[in-house]
Design a protein around this ligand. Structure first.
Ligand SMILES: *Cc1c(COP(=O)(O)O)cnc(C)c1O
Length: 412
């Protein structure tokens, strides 16, 4: 193929239409560029779409998770159980409050936090065993430490196994903060992601299912927490008190009106966008399930609705994910390792003494996982183009193994 025939396929792309441009224009003709009617409408729509009573728009998903940690009361000496197989924000938000992530490993099929590992960590904690603590803390004094919350992540748009997680949280009196930043519209056993814990956070960065540029939303049924979030995002002002009376340490985590207006139109299109993303995922799966050494995404049967965020395959050994990524790059096709384990990030190694081998399942997924170009505006030709290249790369390495019988996994 000659160089001019090459397609330029982005890693991800927002799905922005005429109505989005119109609404932004209309906001610019008003004086309300922050705290206006579009924020209220968008908050109501996201709360509704996730089966919650309240929505609080914030400046990013990370900001929302940070406020979630404050509501859960996670502070110095406290611990929050979470997964190392995630985007770094889900652990950083714990550190912002000087609490510590207590990582547990994930389920190999879904990449989601493993409830049995949570149970094991809680059992160890209760019996004074340091096994699940970060290496640098295993010899410390834990007299004043408490586990305050569990923070599951719905990885790649597939809900974590929430029933056993919520049961454990009830038993140990922990708050449940859902990191639903990748899972707007997903459903677990017929229930909406976002309504499964005490609070949930969504994110609207341009690679997410719907976008506001930058932005996030905290949803909850707890009115007192909702009011706390509204105060914390706005410099600690209580809404109905006098202007400029700051009752607590707050932040500027507000969502502006232009972002909210964009979100208001985008969320009206959620079903349409999720259907398009599912179609793209189906195109990929149909092609790639026939290739030995490539494992297509696994959808658990408790996932009654998948909200496709990224399309992540696994490149099975002895073939190397990095090599496939590099060869795709030579053909101008972007792809990414997804996720790079959080505990192996330099900052976490330095702070907590983590090393290779600490979370074997997470590390295995971290070595094998490859996110392919994915968006709702991707065409069938573009998917075929990526798959052709992948097939060629794999068959160059394993001529005899191509078209071995693939595992059949239905994409919901
Ligand atoms: C996108 C994302 C976030 C938050 O992202 P922001 O860029 O701060 O909006 C948090 N957790 C996960 C798992 C994410 O994918």
């Amino acid at each position: 193929m000659n160089k001019t025939d090459r397609m330029q396929i982005p890693m991800s792309a927002p799905d922005i239409g005429e109505r989005e441009r119109e609404i932004i224009n209309s906001v610019m003709q008003t004086p309300s560029l922050s705290f206006g009617p579009h924020l209220m409408a968008f908050e109501e729509a996201v709360a509704g779409a996730s089966g919650c009573a309240y929505g609080c728009g914030v400046s990013s998903g990370t900001a929302g998770l940070h406020l979630g940690m404050i509501a859960a009361g996670a502070g110095q000496n406290d611990l929050v159980i979470t997964t190392p197989f995630s985007f770094i924000a889900s652990a950083n938000c714990i550190l912002y409050e000087k609490a510590v992530p207590l990582f547990v490993d994930v389920d190999e099929n879904t990449g989601n936090i493993d409830p049995e590992q949570i149970a094991a960590a809680l059992y160890a904690w209760q019996h004074g065993k340091p096994d699940f603590l970060p290496p640098s803390m295993r010899n410390g004094n834990r007299k004043d430490s408490k586990i305050k919350a569990v923070l599951p992540v719905h990885a790649f748009g597939q809900p974590a196994d929430m029933d056993p997680i919520v049961k454990l949280a009830d038993k140990y009196n922990l708050s449940v903060i859902e990191d639903a930043c990748e899972a707007l519209g997903a459903e677990y056993k017929g229930r909406k992601a976002g309504s499964l814990g005490d609070i949930a956070v969504f994110a609207f960065y341009p690679n997410k299912q719907i976008t506001t540029g930058e932005g996030g939303m905290i949803v909850t049924d707890k009115r007192d927490w909702h009011l706390l979030f509204r105060s914390l995002r706005n410099q600690g002002r209580d809404e109905f008190n006098e202007w400029l009376s700051h009752n607590r340490l707050g932040y500027n985590y507000r969502m502006d009106e232009l972002s909210a207006a964009l979100g208001e139109v985008q969320i009206q299109r959620l079903d349409e966008i999720l259907a398009k993303r599912r179609q793209v995922a189906d195109w990929y799966s149909q092609r790639l399930q026939q290739i030995d050494k490539i494992k297509i995404p696994f959808i658990h049967n408790h996932t009654t609705r998948m909200s496709w965020f990224v399309y992540v395959i696994r490149i099975l050994p002895p073939f190397s994910r990095d090599k496939v990524m590099q060869k795709l790059k030579q053909a101008d096709i972007p792809s990414r390792p997804y996720f790079t384990p959080i505990h192996l990030q330099p900052y976490y190694r330095d702070q907590f003494g983590y090393k290779e081998g600490d979370f074997p399942v997470t590390e295995k997924l971290g070595e094998q996982s490859l996110a392919l170009p994915f968006s709702s505006v991707m065409s069938e030709e573009e998917v075929a183009y990526v798959c052709d290249h992948l097939e060629r790369i794999i068959s160059a390495e394993y001529p005899a193994r191509l078209h071995a019988v693939g595992r059949h996994v239905t994409a919901k």
